[in-house]
Write a protein that binds this ligand. Structure first.
Ligand SMILES: Cc1cc2nc3c(=O)[nH]c(=O)nc-3n(C[C@H](O)[C@H](O)[C@H](O)COP(=O)(O)O)c2cc1C
Length: 356
C-alpha cells in the first residue's frame, strides 16, 4: 500500500504545521528544464501550481517549488493578525463518487479513516483564514520570493476583513502590502462573507466583487490580478460576475471549496466551536463541479473575448486529472488536497509527459 502521509499533518494544529511543516519524506530530485511557457506575462517552467491554502509560509513555498509546482500561491493573508480555528482543521469525509448539485444542502459525514488511495481522498477544511500580522508575512513573502527557482513565480492570496474599514479598501490595502513585499501576482480570495447584502459570499455578487477587484487593481497597477471564486450554480450569475470583473482582472481561479454541513457518525457537528457548522469541502469529490465550472468559464471567456487566464482548481488528485483540466482549455492547473497527500504529483506529471 502506498504511504499516504500528507505533507500537512492533519492531526496537529495549524500552528505546529506553520512552525514545523511541511512533513515530506523522500529526496527531492532536480529537474531538467526543457522549455518555458507564458503565464500572465511571465516565462514559467510549467503551468502547474498549488492554490491558496496548503503553502503556509516560505518553508512550504520552498519545498513545493522544489517539487516542481512552478506557480505556488502563498496562503491567504489579511491586513491584521487572526488566529486559526482550533484543531481539527481537516477531516476525511465519507463520500462515494462525485458531489452533484442535488447533494447541496445535505450534511456530509466525517470519518477518522483514511482512504487507501489518493484519488479517493475528500476532506473538509476549516481554518477561518488565519493570518500573521502584515509585518511578519511581508518579511516572509520576501523570503519566499528568494527561494524560488528559475521559471517560478510567487502568487500571494489576500482577503479583506469585514468591519475593519470599507471591505474593498481593506482588500486593496492587503494587496498593496503583498505587492510591496515582492509578490509577482496578487490573487484575491472572494470567498468572503458579503457584508453589503449579508447573504452568501462576495464572489456570487457581481457589483460587490467588481468594486473590490477594481479597487485592488488600482492599488497594484501593472501587477497581475487573479480572482479566486467558488462554485456558482446559476450560469447567468456566473456570466454576470465575469462580465463585471473582466475589465479589472488578469486571471480567474476556481473553484474554492464547496460549503457543506459536516457531521460526525452521531449526527452532531464534527468540528467543535461557533461558526464551524458549515465547512469547506475539497479533494476528489468536488472534481465534477469544479471541472464543469472551469469549462463554463473557458467557454464564456472565449465567447466574450475576455483577456484573462483561467486557472483550474478542484479535485486534481492524479496526473490524469491535470491532463483532463488542460483538455478543457484552462491555462494553468492547481492541486491543493491532491498535492498535500501526493507532493510528487507535479514531478510525476513532468515525467509522464516526457518533460523530465
Ligand atoms: C488545507 C487547505 C487550506 C485552504 N485554505 C485556503 C485559503 O486560505 N484561501 C483560499 O482561497 N483557498 C483555500 N483553500 C481552498 C483551495 O485553494 C482550493 O480551492 C480547494 O481546496 C479545492 O482544490 P482541491 O480539491 O485541489 O483541494 C484551502 C484548501 C485546503 C485543502
Amino acid at each position: 500500500m502506498p504511504d499516504l502521509t500528507p505533507a500537512y499533518d492533519i492531526h496537529r494544529s495549524y500552528e505546529d504545521n506553520y512552525k514545523e511543516g511541511p512533513f515530506i519524506k523522500g529526496e527531492i530530485l532536480p529537474r531538467t528544464l526543457i522549455r518555458k511557457r507564458k503565464f500572465l506575462g511571465f516565462e514559467v517552467n510549467s503551468l502547474l501550481g498549488i492554490p491558496a491554502g496548503p503553502l503556509l509560509n516560505s518553508r512550504w513555498i520552498r519545498a513545493y517549488a522544489a517539487l516542481g509546482f512552478d506557480l505556488p500561491v502563498y496562503k491567504t493573508v489579511r491586513t491584521r493578525a487572526m488566529p486559526s480555528h482550533p484543531n481539527p482543521n481537516c477531516m476525511f469525509l465519507k463520500v462515494t463518487g462525485q458531489i452533484k448539485e442535488d447533494d447541496f444542502g445535505r450534511p456530509l459525514v466525517a470519518t477518522d479513516d483514511s482512504p487507501s488511495r489518493v484519488d479517493e481522498i475528500s476532506i473538509t477544511n476549516s481554518f477561518g483564514m488565519p493570518s500573521r500580522d502584515p509585518k511578519i508575512w511581508q518579511e516572509d513573502i520576501e523570503k519566499a520570493r528568494g527561494v524560488l527557482g528559475e521559471g517560478q513565480i510567487l502568487i500571494v492570496s489576500v482577503v479583506g476583513t469585514p468591519g475593519e474599514r470599507d471591505l474593498a479598501d481593506d482588500y486593496a490595502k492587503g494587496a498593496a502590502f503583498a505587492k510591496e513585499a515582492g509578490a509577482h501576482v496578487i490573487e484575491i480570495n472572494l470567498s468572503c462573507p458579503n457584508v453589503v447584502t449579508k447573504e452568501g459570499s462576495v464572489f456570487t455578487d457581481s457589483l460587490v466583487s467588481s468594486a473590490i477587484s477594481k479597487s485592488v487593481k488600482l492599488a497594484i497597477g501593472e501587477t497581475p490580478l487573479i480572482i479566486k471564486i467558488g462554485y456558482i450554480a446559476d450560469l447567468q450569475c456566473l456570466a454576470d460576475m465575469l462580465a463585471a470583473n473582466a475589465p479589472h482582472v488578469n486571471g480567474v481561479s476556481g473553484i474554492n471549496t464547496l460549503p457543506f454541513a459536516v457531521i460526525g457518525q452521531n449526527g452532531a457537528p464534527a468540528l467543535p466551536g461557533e461558526g464551524r457548522r458549515i465547512a469547506g469541502v475539497c479533494g476528489a469529490a468536488i472534481r465534477q463541479c469544479a471541472m464543469a465550472q472551469a469549462a463554463r468559464v473557458v467557454a464564456l471567456a472565449r465567447k466574450e473575448k475576455y483577456d484573462f487566464s483561467v486557472i483550474g482548481v478542484g479535485g486534481v488528485m492524479t496526473t490524469q486529472h491535470i491532463q483532463d483540466y488542460f483538455n478543457l482549455g484552462v491555462d494553468a492547473v492547481m492541486s491543493a488536497t491532491g498535492a498535500m497527500w501526493d507532493p510528487w504529483l507535479a514531478y510525476k506529471y513532468w515525467k509522464e509527459t516526457n518533460l523530465l
